[in-house]
Design a binder for this molecule. Sequence first.
Ligand code: PGA
Length: 262
Amino acid sequence: MRVRIEPSYFEMSNVAAKLIAAQLRRKPDSVLGLATGSTPLGIYRELARMHKDEGLDFAGVRTFNLDEYYGLAPDHPQSYRYFMDENLLRHVNIDPKNVHIPGGIVKDIEASCSEYEASIREAGGIDIQLLGIGRDGHIAFNEPGSSLGSRTRLKTLAQETISDNARFFKSLDEVPRFAITMGVGTILESRHIVLLASGVEKSDAVRLAVEGPVTSEITASVLQLHPKVTVFLDEAAAEKLKRRDYYKYVEAMRQKVGQAEV
Ligand code: PGA
């Protein structure tokens, strides 16, 4: 696990966007796993800018989103489909047929979850998966206690997540109680996982995920078992890490041997 501590949210977002841009230049038909929430907004803004100013090409890119609120239609302003359109997809030249987001309104939940898994496999798997982290240590909507081998499925949201996400809705009652989410097992199959966290309110979850034991109580902690994870943090999110100075030293040493970008 590589931990990169950047001075601010702005810098963290730009460095992570550069990493994605390098992936797209290396492999123009890359499969990106995308996340919603406040944290990836800076990356999406920078990717849209790179498309506009530098011609970063999304024509061959395929995307899979982590999750969607169960019960919300694609045109609902709080649906993750709507979020993705507004914040990234309509600003770049992606082919709409290459965009995959779990359906929020489906007749057969299990069938649609298996189809989602099958379409990830058919695309050849995910090259880079972006993740945020919840204050309860969740990745996607894999709340504490989720099986570490779980696949895409319907998940009941934890109270803490419902109240954290209420800021986007008119009232707490309007926040959906369920989501369709990739499982922990689905996420772990991605070739490279990029987890981002910003702000002091994430610092406990970050400490437990990066330096705590691997446990389904903090589903992000399972990333310790993955061979290629990059954790991008701003100073505030990194503030409770025991080995914070060591992670910074590692990055300084990587610079010296020309390994900073890898
Ligand atoms: P946030 O959400 O980026 O809005 O903080 C992260 C998450 O809950 O996974």
